[in-house]
Design a protein around this ligand. Structure first.
Ligand code: AMP
Length: 429
């Protein structure tokens, strides 16, 4: 299938071709036609599937066909959980809208609001926003959403994880009731389904792959290992395997820092990326990882979302996630677009419950392999270690209305990505 057959205008096709895209990704093929028809869409997709173009291209087309008002009220509102993702979406919109007469801007917390307000005053057709800053400006009477025709909730699952549900509800109240709604989410918990049901009208469901399945091209392996030997094992795997680019997941910010320090001491070029890192440090770490000057990027789940991380040969779960859907997100960063990848999980006995839940979610009994000298004590406790008993706090991000500091998002390329089921552990994140 080509972009021409999707019914997009010449101006958009020109921008797409300038961007170098030749074929629409599966989510684009499925989402663009119903959006162009003005339908509500419920899409199962995460970063890396091409979902941003999947909703921005038809929005640009609909708005450029619509009536142009001289004052340019906001006609499309795109809500995203983090400032990184918001900035990334705006960058995409700017590229795709090069040949159409539409203005767009972004607002997010953690920075001075004045330049954002100035932009808004000049008039924008499309606004990308994180919920906290949007509510802030709305409360100050600096923004009007009365003319919004299209609402996008991007990474809706993450917005709920980050505690934005109440903000979203408040925003919905100030939007016109008659509008087109698009909801994108990588996972589908009960809460997401409830939110979707409350917002969407007879939505068209689109998804790139079925729910909660992991990507066939990914080799998944679990190494049972004594908890205290995980650091030694990962260093051995990286150095002896001569791995060049590896994304490592920890459950906590402190865990990410500690592991990074150990790797650096072992001569591995590594950096940590998590919610406590400033924007500069995160950008620098990601750039180093992409250009090959860093071998290992150690990330928490939340920090990894929203990052445009390239196709990776190796993803390692240094600690298993306690939210099983996170496992699917994590390993989706390897084995993309038909390339093969390896997802390795270092599994200690206290993570038995987490592994069981992951296997249940993905419907697989993951292969396990002992590595000599690293096997766990068969009598070790299988009880999860509770917070305050040696386990540090997760990189969870409770509501911070004025600073959308955390970021997240995922892989990039067009394959699979899987959504999920309900999960009552989210409330602990
Ligand atoms: P997204 O899932 O929207 O974050 O997109 C992931 C990456 O894929 C971004 O770097 C996009 O620029 C790129 N991309 C989006 N659509 C296409 C396409 N049809 N062909 C090639 N690359 C694309």
């Amino acid at each position: 299938m080509s972009f021409n057959s999707l019914g997009l205008s010449d101006a958009l096709l020109k921008a797409i071709s300038k961007k170098g895209y030749t074929t629409p990704s599966p989510i684009q093929q499925k989402a663009i036609p119903p959006i162009l028809e003005g339908k509500d869409v419920l899409a199962s997709a995460q970063t890396g599937t091409g979902k941003t173009a999947g909703f921005t291209l038809p929005i640009l087309q609909l708005l450029s066909q619509g009536q142009h008002l001289s004052r340019r009220p906001i006609r499309a509102l795109i809500l995203t959980p983090t400032r990184e993702l918001a900035a990334q979406i705006l960058a995409n919109i700017k590229e795709y809208s090069e040949f159409v007469d539409l203005k767009s801007t972004v607002i997010f917390g953690g920075v001075n609001q004045n330049p954002q307000v100035t932009q808004l005053r000049q008039g924008v057709d499309i606004l990308v926003a994180t919920p906290g800053r949007l509510i802030d400006l709305q409360n100050q009477g600096l923004i009007s959403l009365a003319k919004v025709e299209i609402l996008v909730l991007d990474e809706a699952d993450r917005m709920l994880d980050m505690g934005f549900l109440r903000d979203i509800e408040r925003i919905l109240k100030v939007l016109p009731t008659k509008r087109q709604n698009l909801l994108f989410s990588a996972t589908f918990s009960k809460d997401i389904k409830k939110l979707a049901m409350g917002i969407l009208h007879h939505p068209v469901h689109v998804e790139a792959t079925p729910e909660n399945t992991t990507v066939d091209a990914i080799t998944q392996i679990v190494y049972p290992v004594a908890k205290e030997k995980k650091t030694e094992l990962i260093i051995k795997l990286i150095t002896e395997g001569n791995w060049k680019q590896i994304l490592v997941f920890t459950r906590t910010k402190q865990g990410a820092n500690k592991l990074t320090e150990s790797m650096i001491s072992a001569g591995i070029k590594a950096a940590a990326i998590h919610g406590n890192k400033g924007q500069g440090a995160r950008t620098k770490a990601l750039a180093g990882f992409k250009d090959g000057s860093l071998t290992a990027l150690v990330a928490t789940d939340i920090a990894a979302r929203g990052l445009d991380i390239p196709l990776l040969p190796h993803v390692v779960n240094f600690e298993l996630p306690n939210i099983p859907e996170d496992y699917v997100h994590r390993i989706g960063r390897t084995g993309r677009a038909g390339a093969s990848g390896e997802a390795i999980s270092l599994f200690s006995p206290d993570e038995t419950v987490f592994l069981r839940d992951i296997e249940k979610l993905v419907g697989l009994n993951l292969p396990k392999e002992n590595i000599k000298g690293f096997e766990p004590d068969p009598n070790a406790s299988k009880e999860p270690i509770k917070q305050g008993q040696g386990r540090q706090q997760r990189d969870s991000t409770p509501r911070k209305p004025k600073t959308d500091t955390t970021n997240r998002s995922s892989n990039n390329s067009f394959g699979p990505r899987r959504p999920s089921q309900n999960n009552d552990r989210r409330s602990n994140r």
